[in-house]
Design a protein around this ligand. Structure first.
Ligand SMILES: C[S@@+](CC[C@H](N)C(=O)[O-])C[C@H]1O[C@@H](n2cnc3c(N)ncnc32)[C@H](O)[C@@H]1O
Length: 324
C-alpha cells in the first residue's frame, strides 16, 4: 500500500505518490520537514490508497450490516458521492484542537481558524449536496464553531435544533464561564421526511426510588407515556473514561447515535458518517437496519471500524440462529 496526498483544493491529477520527487511548490509538514507528504496553503490532506490509487475500502453485504467503510479524506470522498443520496448525515469532525487521532497521524489538527473554517465549509457544501430531500444533517461541535457553521448551513437547509449535549470536566479558559455543553446542530433539507420524538423514562431518586420531579398531578400519565425529549440532553456523557471506550481518543456514546437514528433514521436508507472514528455510529445504524457509509482518514480507525462491524455481525448471527 502507498500513501497518496493532495491539497484539498488541488485537482486529482496533482496526486503524488510517496516515492515521487516533490515539486518545489510543495512544502513539508510543519514540525516534520523530512516528511514525504505535500502541502499547499498549509492545508494537508491524505488519502490512504491501494497500488491502483483507489482509496482503501471494504464492502459489507450481510443481513446485519450493509455498507462501505473507506479509509480516506472526508472531503475527497464526499465529493465523489452522488447528490441526493443520503437520508441521515452525522458529522463529528476534528475540532482543530491539535489532537492525534490515530497511529500514523499525518493530518495536523491545528490549522489556522481561517483554514479550518474554509475546509469545513467546503465539506459542509458537499454534505448539503448529498443530502436527499427530507434528509437530516447533524453537526456535533464546540459552540464557537457551531455558530459559524450553523449560520452557513442555514443558508442551504432548514434549521431544526441547537441541542445542548451536557458535558462534564470542561476546562475554564480565560474570562469565560465554565463550558458545560457541546452543540449538536440539527438541520433538514425541507421538512424532515422522518421525525420521531423519543420519550424518556421518568427520572427516579437513587435513594428512595420516587420521582425526582413533581409533575403537577400528571405523574401517572407521564410515568405511563414517558417524558418528551427536549433540546437539552443531560443523560449522556460525551467525555468518558478510557475503560468505556474502544480507543484512547474521542468516542461518542452509543446511546447518542441510537437517539439520533431513532429521531431521523429509516431502515434501508443511507446513514453517512464522514468522521466515523470508532464506528459507533455505524453500529447503531446497522442495528436499526440502515445502510451505511463510513469514512476515517486513519488506517487504525478504519481497521477498528471493520473489526467492530465484523463482531457486530457475528453477535447478531448468533442471536438470530446463524442467519447471515
Ligand atoms: C472527533 S473524532 C470522531 C469520533 C466518532 N464520532 C466516534 O464516536 O468514534 C474525529 C475523527 O475524524 C477523523 N479525521 C480527521 N481528519 C479527517 C479527514 N480529513 N477525513 C476523514 N476523517 C478524518 C479522525 O481520525 C477521528 O477519528
Amino acid at each position: 500500500m502507498r500513501y497518496l496526498i493532495r491539497p484539498w483544493n488541488a485537482p486529482l491529477s496533482t496526486r503524488l505518490d510517496s516515492t515521487s520527487q516533490l515539486p518545489s511548490s510543495h512544502l513539508p509538514l510543519p514540525g516534520s520537514s523530512s516528511h514525504p507528504f505535500t502541502c499547499r496553503g498549509n492545508i494537508y490532506l491524505m488519502t490512504v490508497a491501494t497500488r491502483s490509487g483507489v482509496p482503501k475500502q471494504r464492502l459489507f453485504r450481510s443481513r446485519h450490516a450493509r455498507g462501505t467503510v473507506i479509509c480516506g479524506d472526508a472531503l475527497i470522498i464526499t465529493k465523489k458521492m452522488p447528490s441526493n443520496s443520503t437520508r441521515l448525515l452525522f458529522l463529528d469532525p476534528p475540532f482543530n484542537l491539535g489532537k492525534k487521532y490515530g497511529a500514523n497521524s499525518y493530518m495536523e489538527d491545528n490549522l489556522t481558524d481561517d483554514q479550518y473554517e474554509g475546509w469545513m465549509k467546503a465539506l459542509l457544501r458537499e454534505c448539503v449536496r448529498v443530502l436527499s430531500p427530507g434528509g437530516t444533517l447533524f453537526l456535533y461541535h464546540l459552540p464557537k464553531w457551531a455558530m459559524s457553521f450553523g449560520s452557513f448551513l442555514s443558508d442551504h437547509l432548514e434549521f431544526r435544533h441547537w441541542i445542548a449535549v451536557s458535558m462534564k470536566n470542561g476546562f475554564v479558559r480565560g474570562k469565560r464561564l465554565y463550558p458545560a455543553h457541546y452543540a449538536l446542530l440539527m438541520f433538514s433539507l425541507d421538512a424532515p421526511a422522518v421525525f420521531n420524538r423519543p420519550k424518556l423514562p421518568v427520572e427516579k431518586c437513587r435513594h428512595c426510588g420516587g420521582n425526582i420531579r413533581d409533575y403537577g398531578g400528571y405523574s401517572s400519565i407521564i410515568e405511563e407515556k414517558g417524558i418528551n425529549l427536549s433540546d437539552i440532553w443531560t443523560d449522556f456523557s460525551p467525555v468518558r473514561h478510557a475503560k468505556y471506550k474502544n480507543r484512547k481518543q474521542n468516542e461518542l456514546p452509543l446511546g447518542l447515535f441510537e437517539r439520533i437514528i431513532e429521531m431521523s433514521g429509516c431502515p434501508g436508507d443511507l446513514y453517512y458518517d464522514p468522521f466515523a472514528g470508532t464506528g459507533t455510529g455505524v453500529i447503531a445504524a446497522s442495528r436499526a437496519g440502515m445502510r451505511f457509509k463510513a469514512v476515517d482518514i486513519h488506517q487504525s480507525n478504519y481497521d477498528l471500524i471493520c473489526t467492530r462491524i465484523e463482531e457486530h455481525c457475528i453477535r447478531s448471527r448468533q442471536f438470530t440462529g446463524g442467519k447471515r
